[in-house]
Design a protein around this ligand. Structure first.
Ligand code: GN1
Ligand code: MG
Length: 368
């Protein structure tokens, strides 16, 4: 198996015992490799970066190197005063001292350390979990608040630029396949109508950036609940994983992405659309956790745009899923036909729930 051949090229002690598919990412191919010697075991993650999604995998690895060097130094310097042991994945180099290997198909593979005794959950479990997720994201943003975004490359051009996803949806709709899938079900027509009704709001963050109200910073890009690791021993957050989408962006992308994931207890794959809501208790917990670290670097203008991102990012993710459905499922991995359409409807339901709770959300934002 190719993953086994690749795993052996990294600088790890011992003999390979197994390498098995791992996790539930929607994009990359991920494996867990286990190496053993007589007295030790090392587990680490081996991943193939999908070229169809990430056009420039080397940029991801260069960003990961810059980010992890910065953060590991900071974690070490702050370790003594910290209220917990913070972790962050580390790049495992190859036996020849490189940060990745390229296979015969030209695909990039990399190895990263596994986080010790910690677990991530696909859905939020309780208010404390939401609080910990907020702490983890706030801590990450504080750590990188002095890492200039200009030191990072754009590994995914247009990522979280909502108007660019609208353009993708429009392009898909302009093809015969897109038209066929649109007229295939009443649900896809309903979804497209929802987007049309919200089109004007899609520029809100990009306009604020263009006006200079908001600034580009170092962002994570994908701080969903499934990327927040909880320490099994203490129940507290210990790190954020999945660093592929780290690049210049708005902290608002991250805040909106974390809240759309953590405050929807039914999850991204909710079985019942009726069960999808934006839970205000979970929201006040994640926000409180986030502010514990974020007070120092959020400006007044940042605060003014918080509601906008909380509403925009689920809308955006819905547009991304819908555009992919209309394009024939070329980006996100799907488990059944119509999966992306279903995912889009979940996000639109969430955006609606956020609209219905706007004044309560603003109250929570204003009271801290
Ligand atoms: C994708 O591959 P994964 O599961 O880490 C996507 C995120 C979405 C997420 C939704 C590079 O993340 O932006 O929020 O699915 N990543 C990319 O589950 O597009
Ligand atoms: Mg990801």
């Amino acid at each position: 198996m190719r993953a086994a051949l690749i795993a052996r090229q990294f600088d790890v002690q011992g003999r390979l015992v197994t390498v098995e598919p791992y996790g539930s990412g929607n994009v990359n191919d991920t494996y867990l490799a286990i190496f053993r010697t007589t007295f030790s075991e090392q587990r680490f993650i081996v991943q193939r970066i999908r070229k169809s999604v990430f056009p420039d995998p080397e940029a991801i690895m260069q960003n990961m190197r810059v980010l992890t060097d910065h953060c590991h130094a900071k974690l070490e310097a702050e370790a003594e005063g910290a209220d917990r042991i913070w972790q962050l994945p580390k790049i495992i180099q190859t036996k020849t001292g490189d940060d990745w290997v390229t296979d015969s198909d030209g695909d990039l593979w990399r190895a990263i350390s596994q986080i010790a005794s910690a677990q991530a959950y696909e859905k939020v479990r309780n208010p404390e979990h939401a609080h910990e997720a907020g702490i983890v994201l706030g801590h990450f943003h504080r750590m990188v608040s002095d890492l200039p975004a200009a030191k990072l490359r754009y590994a995914l051009p247009g990522f979280h630029v909502t108007p660019s996803y609208l353009a993708k949806m429009d392009a898909a709709l302009a093809t015969p396949g897109g038209q066929e899938r649109l007229h295939d079900s009443s649900e896809s027509k309903r979804a497209v109508r929802f987007v049309e009704a919200h089109r004007a709001r899609c520029r809100v963050l990009e306009d604020a950036l263009g006006r200079g109200d908001l600034q580009l910073r170092t962002t994570h890009g994908d701080p969903k609940v499934g990327n927040i690791m909880i320490d099994e021993a203490t129940g507290r957050g210990t790190c954020i994983v999945d660093l592929d989408t780290v690049q210049p962006g708005l902290v608002h992308y991250d805040i909106g992405d974390a809240t759309r994931s953590v405050c929807n207890p039914a999850g991204e794959d909710a079985a019942e659309l009726g069960s999808v809501i934006f839970d205000l208790d979970l929201f006040s917990m994640i926000y409180r956790g986030y502010l514990a670290h974020a007070q120092d670097f959020l400006s007044q203008a940042d605060h003014r745009h918080l509601y906008d991102c909380i509403h925009l990012i689920p809308l955006e993710l819905g547009i991304r899923f819908l555009a992919d459905h209309l394009a024939g499922d070329v980006y996100f991995k799907v488990r059944y036909p119509g999966h992306n359409l279903r995912r889009a409807l979940v996000q639109f339901k969430l955006a609606e729930s956020i609209e219905a709770r706007e004044s309560s959300i603003r109250k929570v934002l204003g009271s801290s």
